[in-house]
Design a protein around this ligand. Structure first.
Ligand code: ADP
Ligand code: ZN
Ligand code: ZN
Length: 743
């Protein structure tokens, strides 16, 4: 039965919880979940149909008609909606932006989306027989048929590769040897084919049992924490689990923490599954491949989706396994707009789809460690490096209290780099700041140029001769004189990647040095080029930020130098220690991954500190136990649940008034709840300035809500946030961050 509705409810990409009504005479129940274009003010906007009705709260004559329902595009399914609704409720974010942000940009446009329809030619059973029965002289027919036996192809592809393709094709069609498949947006399809798997290396005992345990859980919701030391071959475990999913006709979703790690992982996946249909999903992709990849995943034609956090929303009708590599990584958390954790959303999806979720890490998040302890995740450990004879690197400290560091580099570290390069091996130097130096200090009066719009210093970029704010993007030329006293003696204080690179070039003039940070890899493909060169042995020393620390596998890196990681010791964020230990373990893990043994040198003033000792012991489980005890006694996550309301306004008075009003609202929400069931575990903290108290001209404050249980926190938010909305004004921007990662 077709139910026609005259009114559609449309969710738009606006920070508003409600949907909007439009007239639409020909909408049917089948249009639920479709994308639409609607008039909004003087503009057109893309939206999603979330409901159909005959009635609206808005008077009929005020309603405007829908401009277009994008019926050429597939619609969101009920499952997709369940996922969006979960996010809406859990993160307290409107469903419009949740649904639309999950889409490739080319699909969330306010104009009709068009495809160049590609006809795909596939071989039939008759065609396969014909390969043996056709006379040998029918060369053209045989060539095209055997190509199609390999994989289906578009007409355009056939025309490129075969002479007189059109006439050959028409003969084959007439004979029934091939068929024209239905419209499919992607270039290829493997209708009913089973992907072949190229054999991998023989698994270690630990890898083998990990794979077997995960395989046994196929077809059920089963979250695994694959806790494997760096170089233990977690990737190999993922590949086997993916192979298992593909063999059973399922799709696999792989989330990687960084766009830069995608090419490396893709290469391995393509080698292992040469005829699988593998698609990428990340924000750096060109529009067309992003959209076709998405559509192929949604139609079930793509076997494997490899992507960054946004890929967790890719509709996949046959999802059989989700892999999250480096599950602890902060990049899985979206830090603005719709603030979600892709890891947590993936867990929800795993439950929704009844599938296996494999979360790998050498330094798991304490949240995941806690979930293992509570029996929610199953832990599988890989304690040994996978390559025979590869040992964990030796970790040593260089005490900066005693060693002088010229341009940030101690002579001991420089010597070690030199020796490494002389042996024909590679060194990786890690420093967590880009630019030349974090401050330009006046030698006379000590003044340092600040960003006028942020409560932050300007970072000196020597190559470009500019001062840059890393928070708001403000830039200026390097001043010739101090703005306070006029002195010309300006000194670069502290180190960034540029300075370390320059210093190393001075000290090791013949070494081939490459810098990897956001500045040097801005162009598409630039990072990949450097990593390829490093893998090919064309680079001796890599200097860079955390972009270097994750996931890479360069067998010839035997030395890792950490210039200065002490910054984390002074952070107010309770997760700073966890992040620091994870980062150092990760970067140390780049050393000695193959048959050459590795050495890690960390420059610090606090070598005796328990955090550095934990790093030196390379015993993350021990560190985790220690950190968990601290969290438990301080009642911090994962022993409690947090939500952070961040607000900003141009005027401090406006902001103060808003914060005051929302604290009152919190008391109100609480009081009404206390009468019912009580909110004994809930604590609303006083508003405090944000870690960056001023950014891009806005004053910023935050208010933390903490509870012993997730459900109490959620109940409170559901009561409180509508009251906050009543108190908002145009002058204040605010957002709620559930399970904030940075506080
Ligand atoms: P991780 O992700 O755990 O840090 P990788 O997956 O990058 O480790 O593996 C480290 C190295 O070990 C890689 O070079 C990989 O090819 C190799 N490797 C993995 N498994 C095996 C195995 N079973 N036999 C031999 N080498 C292996
Ligand atoms: Zn001065
Ligand atoms: Zn700034």
């Amino acid at each position: 039965m077709i139910v026609r509705a005259s009114i559609v409810h449309v969710a738009l990409d606006l920070p508003l919880a409600k949907h909007f009504d439009f007239l639409c005479a020909d909408a049917t129940a089948d249009d639920l979940g479709r994308l639409v274009i609607v008039p909004f003010g003087t503009k057109k906007m893309a939206g999603v149909i979330v409901g159909l009705s005959d009635e609206s709260e808005v008077p009929h004559e005020k309603l405007k008609p829908v401009i277009l329902i994008q019926r050429v595009l597939p619609k969101f399914s009920a499952r997709d909606f369940a996922l969006f609704r979960f996010c809406e409720n859990y993160y307290h974010h409107p469903i419009g932006p949740i649904a639309l942000n999950a889409l490739p940009p080319a699909m969330r446009v306010a104009r009709p989306v068009q495809f160049r329809r590609q006809r795909i030619i596939d071989i039939t059973a008759l065609g396969r027989d014909a390969l043996t029965t056709l006379p040998m002289r029918a060369v053209a027919l045989r060539t095209m048929l055997s190509a199609l036996a390999g994989s289906p192809q578009t007409v355009a592809q056939l025309k490129l590769r075969h002479e007189r393709a059109a006439s050959v094709l028409s003969v084959l069609l007439k004979k029934g040897c091939v068929v024209v498949c239905d419209f499919a947006p992607g270039a290829t399809t493997r209708s009913g084919r089973v992907a072949t798997t190229v054999p991998g290396p023989e698994l270690s005992g630990e890898q083998h049992s990990a794979v077997e345990r995960i395989k046994t859980a196929r077809g059920t919701y089963a979250p695994f924490l694959l806790f494997g030391v760096t170089g233990s071959g977690k990737t190999e475990v993922y590949l086997r689990v993916i192979a298992d999913a593909l063999a059973s006709g399922s799709q696999a979703l792989v989330l990687v923490p960084e766009i830069n790690l995608t090419p490396q992982f893709l290469r391995q996946v393509k080698l292992r599954f040469p005829d699988a249909h593998i698609v990428e999903q990340n924000s750096a992709m060109a529009e067309v491949p992003r959209m076709t990849g998405y559509l192929d995943a949604q139609s079930g034609q793509a076997d494997i989706v490899v992507g960054t956090r946004l890929a967790v929303f890719t509709p996949m009708p046959k999802l059989g396994v989700i892999v999250i590599d480096e599950e602890h990584d902060a990049s899985f958390k979206q830090q603005e707009g719709f603030r979600y954790s892709a890891r947590d959303v993936a867990i929800f999806r795993g439950r929704q789809e009844n599938c296996v979720v494999v979360m790998g890490s050498a330094t798991p998040s304490l949240e995941s460690v806690h979930n293992v302890a509570r029996g929610r995740f199953t832990q599988i450990a890989l304690t040994q490096r996978a390559v025979a004879n590869a040992l964990m690197p030796a970790i040593e400290f260089i005490d900066l209290n005693h060693e002088r560091a010229e341009d940030g580099l101690s002579s001991q570290l420089v010597k070690a780099i030199e020796e490494t390069v002389q042996r024909g091996e590679q060194a990786l130097i890690f420093i967590n700041r880009r630019g030349f130096s974090p401050a330009l200090v006046c030698a006379q009066c000590g003044a340092m140029p600040d960003c006028k719009r942020c409560s932050a210093r300007l970072v000196f970029h020597q190559k470009e001769r500019r001062l840059k704010c890393h928070h708001c993007g403000y830039q200026s030329r390097v001043p010739v004189a101090c703005v306070s006293c006029g002195s010309h003696e300006l000194v670069a204080a502290g180190q960034g990647t540029e300075r370390i690179e320059a210093a190393l070039r001075g000290k090791l003039p013949t070494a081939r040095i490459a810098r990897v940070d956001r500045d040097s890899t801005r162009k598409r493909g630039a990072a990949e080029k450097i990593f390829d060169a490093a893998a090919a042995g064309e680079i001796d020393v890599l200097v860079g930020t955390q972009m270097l620390s994750k996931g890479h596998d360069f067998p010839k890196i035997t030395l890792v130098g950490v210039v200065n990681a002490d910054g984390a010791m002074f952070s107010a964020d309770f997760r700073a220690a966890e992040r620091m230990v994870a980062q150092l373990c990760q970067v140390a893990g780049r050393a000695g991954r193959a048959d050459l043994s590795g050495r890690v040198l960390i420059q610090t003033r606090f070598a005796a500190h328990p955090l550095y000792q934990a790093v030196a012991a390379q015993d993350h489980a021990r560190f985790a136990a220690m950190a968990m005890a601290e969290r438990a006694s301080a009642n911090l996550p994962p022993y409690s649940y947090l939500a952070l309301l961040r607000a900003e306004a141009r005027s401090a008075d406006t902001l103060n008034a808003f914060m005051h009003a929302i604290v009152e609202a919190a008391n109100e929400a609480r009081a009404s709840k206390v009468e019912e069931a009580g909110m004994g575990n809930l604590h609303v903290w006083d508003p405090i300035p944000a870690p960056l108290a001023r950014k891009a001209g806005f004053e910023r404050q935050q208010l933390m809500v903490q509870s012993g249980t997730r459900s109490e926190l959620q109940q409170f938010l559901a009561m409180w946030l509508p009251l906050v909305r009543q108190r908002e004004s145009r002058a204040v921007r605010w957002a709620i961050d559930v399970d904030p990662l940075e506080v």
